[in-house]
Design a protein around this ligand. Structure first.
Ligand SMILES: [Zn+2]
Length: 357
């Protein structure tokens, strides 16, 4: 606060000072300038209830050919975790390019050790992390489960649990901005049984806002309808069987398809669900280290989606990569399924070809 000089209605300093205090004109001007400045500062800069979640997508080419970029990304996250209030890091799958290449898993392991015990993070298997049999993708993930087993995570209080004996489908927690969050990570093309498990996890935590992460869900042109085949469910099927039925899911994040995109849909309860794709794997150097950063500002009911590369040390302000979404910070209410099909709302953006997966 600027110094206030109490001056009375009288100029006699010995008189009682019962009138309103006033300032010399120079002090008053300075005070007004400070007030004006404070009114222009974004709420999040003073409220500090803001926080960030970082999306790490399709690191497969870093693990294969550019391991230093992977390390650079996670070192940056570690270094910025406190100042930027990074509460969680979500890997969206395709940790490696070749699921049976042990050296690629060693590179990924080395990178993630930077975060171990420092910043909570989740992983899930993409199609490139799953073993192949007779030319077909399976749900077996021997090296994923060797390098990212349940034992790596279950010692942390933020780790919620997993389906069956592996960490392929798992859930984690964090609290920030006065709310509880559940990160639910599902493997590529989850089966009906896995979706049922996921629904039960969500139902058991009705006071948590849910971020669903899975490898294939969105494409640049909209929700995926291709992934899975005989293995499991596509993005559209995940929406129909899980997302739309659970009113606490407010955000779905995915990778798999080169590009960035987002749309906002309406669930059965009439709530908004933001669906985000980010995958930079087709950029030079295996992705140029791009991260998508979710900057939550509850005081503004906003989610600022930002793109930053620790490798290039610059942001991408293109509106396809950097945009603002509205958040509903009202107390959450778990919802029952409805039989009506709501109209889908929102916009879609896209960039680049959608060939690389
Ligand atoms: Zn993929």
């Amino acid at each position: 606060m600027p110094m206030v000089f109490p001056l009375s209605c009288s100029r006699t300093p010995t008189l009682p000072l019962k009138c309103a205090t006033i300032m010399p004109s120079s002090q008053l001007l300075r005070f007004l300038v400070v007030l004006l400045f404070l009114s222009l500062v974004p709420k999040n800069a003073t409220a500090r209830d803001d926080f960030r979640v970082v999306l790490l997508s399709d690191t497969q080419f870093y693990s294969e050919s550019f391991p230093e970029t992977y390390m650079t990304q996670l070192r940056w996250i570690k270094d910025r975790a406190e100042s930027d209030r990074i509460k969680f890091v979500i890997h969206l799958g395709d940790i490696v390019q070749n699921p049976d290449a042990e050296n690629e898993w060693e590179n990924a392991d080395r990178a993630h050790r930077i975060l171990d015990g420092v910043v909570p993070y989740s992983v899930l298997p993409g199609n490139h992390d799953l073993a192949h049999e007779n030319g077909r993708t399976t749900h077996n993930a021997p090296l994923y489960n060797k390098y990212f087993p349940v034992a790596r995570f279950e010692k942390y209080s933020w780790y919620g649990g997993h389906q069956g004996q592996t960490n392929a489908n798992n859930y984690c927690f964090f609290e920030a901005g006065g709310a509880k969050y559940l990160i639910l990570s599902l493997e590529y093309a989850p089966t009906d049984i896995t979706l049922e498990w996921a629904g039960n996890v969500i139902a058991r935590h009705p006071d948590h806002r849910v971020i669903l992460a899975t490898h294939c869900y969105m494409r640049p042109a909209g929700r995926d309808c291709i992934c899975g085949g005989k293995l499991g469910n596509s993005g559209q099927e995940i929406w129909s069987k899980l997302v739309r039925k659970h009113g606490t899911i407010f955000l779905v994040v995915s990778g798999h398809v080169l590009g960035v995109a987002h749309q906002t849909s309406t669930n059965d309860a009439g709530g908004k669900v933001h669906e985000i794709l980010c995958d930079y794997q087709g950029h030079p150097n295996g992705g140029n280290g791009w991260l998508q950063i979710l900057h939550f500002v509850p005081a503004q009911s906003k989610l600022y989606v930002e793109a930053y590369s620790p490798l290039l040390q610059r942001s991408n302000k293109d509106p396809q990569h950097t945009y603002v979404l509205s958040l509903n910070n009202a107390p959450i209410v778990a919802t029952a399924p409805s039989s009506t099909e709501p109209a889908e709302l929102g916009i879609q953006t896209k960039v680049g070809p959608a060939q690389m997966q």
